[in-house]
Design a binder for this molecule. Structure first.
Ligand code: N01
Length: 544
């Protein structure tokens, strides 16, 4: 092709039925389904490969906190030919799964990589989103479906002097694709969320010296990681159809749910036996697979915390360290800030090369060219600073894009004082903009592949409904948005979630409105609410 032809192709305005943003689980699911249904559809993806979050989060130790077998699509032609080698696969193996998806589904031919969507406005006359990209492209699409996940806007806190550091510093979600070796280095990790715990486990093994800057202890749970034997793989395969079915109903999109019993109603030995069983199973079973009153009743929650604390403290030799990592008094109710899964997280603090700085008592004063200085005047020197400081979660991936609605104002401005989004899928003033994993949907409370399918099917049904009825415009009503927010408020109010400062409620971003960013009623209830709206002619949506 000649240079002239290339230019002609590059500057042409692409017109699509559906533009998807992001080539993670949700985007890939939509692309495959919509293509088969005859829609003209493409994914625009900022990264250079498939994987979404797994493209960006390639920090040492990055690993799925969901059991591998249910961290995949449930379609027969996909799961029958795939298996992860470990119970909880790492990022490399998840990337191999995306390569497998490519072989099976031929996705990449309809993905424009290295293309970051920057914003878009709705052209009312032509009923199209006019979307722009950072490389100056314009694309028109009748429907715009961001599949940007709940963690696509990394959060770097304002720490004085951060730019002056002369060593190497990366946020976990902007990790260099070529990797970074901790061997023999002096490493600092700021943050002890899921990313922090994972990177700390690697750095403790490889670094000459590791210092963890902890503001809030992570109430992490045992992963019970293992390599899967061929016999175990066979047994897993035999049980998968049932597990896929179960995951569409369980609270968090896993294949287990809360026990239908209140911890407070049980005699102590029975209650403890229940905790022990969940603990021995491993993973999130001790969280969203224990007693149903755990996240509601402070007395029940205290029992869970005490069980967790005693298990963890037994692994830490130094009592002062134990008080920091697993205090006698819970730092916040158990399970209302996301617990991580850990392998040797508490044991590693017994190593001589690992140090903990409690920045709730002794905050970071500033980063210097050679290290980190704390309020007490002490300066520690580092070669590498890892920012495991999280994300502007759930809504940030959308509000960082400059979407302009029918009155010209931005989604960011509309949601500045609080998010209202009917079914967590659409919001008034922004017709034909439909979110997957959006705020006020199960989003960060839902296993990714489960919601890519469950919510993905809802979007497809809506698009099919539009096509069948000859309509080309759908918009949530302002009343439905408000009613949905009210519903979420009523669901979250009796829980213990508002008692912790977490990204679930928007606490981690200075100035963000405090509200439940995820739908807190569980996936089953969410599906019922959607079905109710659908059965009532898509109540809360206007069509034209
Ligand atoms: O982020 P986080 P994350 N000064 O917000 C601290 C998913 N995920 O990237 O707790 C000092 O949880 C902050 O302290 P505090 C998963 O859903 C999944 O770890 O606010 N510290 C906290 O310790 C997860 O929940 C997987 O007091 C500051 C940490 O930084 C979500 O992504 C892997 C600070 C941030 O923790 C986010 O996890 C990784 C400041 N100014 C992530 N600001 C897998 O399943 C923040 N912190 C594989």
């Amino acid at each position: 092709m000649s240079t002239t032809d290339d230019t002609a192709v590059d500057t042409a305005v692409e017109e699509l039925d559906v533009l998807l943003i992001g080539a993670g689980f949700a985007g890939i699911y939509q692309l495959d389904r919509l293509r088969r249904l005859g829609y003209s559809v493409k994914i625009y993806e900022a990264g250079a490969d498939l994987g979404g979050i797994w493209y960006w989060n390639c920090y040492p130790g990055a690993r799925v906190d969901t059991e591998g077998p249910i961290y995949q699509f449930s379609r027969d032609d996909l799961w029958k030919d795939w298996e992860y080698s470990e119970r909880y696969p790492d990022w490399r193996e998840v990337r191999q799964y995306f390569d497998f998806l490519e072989q099976k589904l031929d996705i990449k031919k309809d993905v424009r990589f290295n293309t970051r969507v920057t914003g878009g406005e709705f052209d009312e006359e032509r009923r199209q989103w006019v979307v722009s990209t950072s490389d100056g492209r314009t694309v028109r699409a009748t429907y715009l479906v961001p599949c940007v996940g709940f963690a696509s806007k990394p959060h770097v806190p304002e720490i004085a002097g951060l730019d002056s550091f002369q060593g190497v510093s990366h946020h976990t979600a902007w990790w260099p694709q070529e990797g970074l070796d901790f061997t023999g280095k002096r490493v600092a990790v700021i943050g002890t969320g899921a990313s922090g715990v994972q990177v700390i486990q690697e750095a403790a093994r490889d670094a000459a010296d590791l210092t963890v800057f902890q503001r809030t202890p992570n109430l992490a749970l045992p992963m019970h990681q293992k390599k899967l034997t061929p016999e175990e793989q066979d047994a897993i395969k035999a049980g998968l159809p049932q597990r896929f079915d179960d995951r569409t109903r369980a609270f968090a999109g896993f294949d287990f749910d809360f026990l239908p019993t209140n911890a407070v109603d049980l005699p102590e030995d029975e209650r403890t036996a229940g905790y022990q069983k969940a603990w021995d199973y491993g993973g999130f079973k001790f969280w969203v697979g224990v007693y149903q009153d755990t996240l509601f009743d402070p007395a029940s929650n205290d029992h869970a915390y005490a069980f967790w604390r005693d298990k963890v403290r037994a692994r830490i030799h130094d009592p002062e360290l134990a008080d920091k990592l697993a205090p006698m008094e819970a730092p916040h109710p158990f399970g209302v800030k996301r617990p991580s899964l850990e392998q040797n997280y508490y044991d590693l603090y017994n190593q001589d090369n690992v140090h903990l700085v409690d920045i709730s008592e002794n905050p970071i004063d500033r980063v210097t060219p050679t290290g980190i200085k704390t309020r007490d005047g002490q300066e520690r020197e580092f070669d590498i600073i890892v920012l495991a400081t999280g994300f502007d979660s759930v809504s940030g991936g959308l509000t960082q894009l400059d979407f302009r609605g029918t009155d010209g104002s931005s989604l960011r401005d509309k949601w500045a004082a609080g998010i209202d989004a009917h079914l967590g899928m659409m919001t008034a003033g922004f017709p034909n903009l439909i979110f997957i994993y959006g705020p006020q949907s199960p989003s960060g409370f839902c296993n990714g592949p489960t919601c890519a399918e469950v919510q993905g099917e809802m979007v497809i049904e809506m698009l099919e409904h539009l096509r069948e009825t000859g309509k080309t415009r759908i918009e949530a009503t302002a009343e439905a948005d408000k009613a949905w927010s009210q519903h979420i408020h009523e669901l979250v109010s009796p829980t213990l979630f508002p008692l912790a400062k977490s990204w679930y409620m928007g606490h981690n971003i200075p100035g963000k409105t405090i509200q439940s960013l995820n739908y807190p009623g569980g996936l089953s209830s969410y599906r019922s609410k959607y079905a109710e709206a659908k059965d009532n002619g898509y109540a809360g949506f206007q069509f034209a």
